[in-house]
Design a protein around this ligand. Structure first.
Ligand SMILES: Nc1ncnc2c1ncn2[C@@H]1O[C@H](COP(=O)(O)OP(=O)(O)OP(=O)(O)O)[C@@H](O)[C@H]1O
Ligand SMILES: [Mg+2]
Length: 138
């Protein structure tokens, strides 16, 4: 089925305060897309986790791109989180609850996967990481 991008915004992530910009953009795009309040918060939470990971583990130069999608049946939200940091050595481990290389809870990526309807992760050691998640309106 054809999916069209009807709106797009990109937030460059240089420092922790940029994560807050990404979160508020996510919340407002979700509202604009007609998502209910709970799902606006879920989507913003997923964006927060991805943006925080980029600042924490990939350093500068990453970004999140937020998109509103339309297909014939529904409206969706997409987040693409991209960085050219060190990559994730073991993606399977990173997707496991409580795995953290940073002495944190290790719940970010598994939560993002649970929140989104579609989730893809591509990471290459030394080259960076691209994570794309999509959530369709309930
Ligand atoms: N963009 C990234 N670049 C490199 N490594 C990453 C990136 N995102 C995640 N990781 C790796 O994947 C692990 C798991 O990420 P996840 O977000 O689930 O947990 P966390 O960030 O360690 O803890 P929490 O998100 O609960 O505070 C991280 O500890 C880190 O090793
Ligand atoms: Mg995290």
């Amino acid at each position: 089925m054809t999916t069209r991008v009807v709106d797009e915004t990109c937030i460059d992530l240089e420092e922790p305060s940029d994560c807050a910009l990404a979160v508020s953009a996510a919340r407002s795009m979700a509202g604009q897309a007609g998502f209910n309040t709970a799902d606006q918060v879920f989507f913003a939470t997923a964006v927060s986790e991805l943006a925080t990971n980029i600042v924490r583990y990939a350093g500068r130069g990453g970004r999140v791109t937020l998109r509103i999608l339309h297909n014939l049946e529904n409206v969706g939200l997409e987040v693409a989180a991209q960085d050219s940091g060190p990559g994730i050595e073991n993606v399977e481990a990173a997707m496991t609850d409580h795995f953290s290389s940073g002495d944190s809870l290790g719940l970010g990526l598994p939560s993002v996967k649970r929140i989104m309807d579609e989730f893809e992760i591509q990471s290459e050691p030394g080259r960076g990481t691209l994570i794309v998640g999509r959530k369709w309106r309930a």
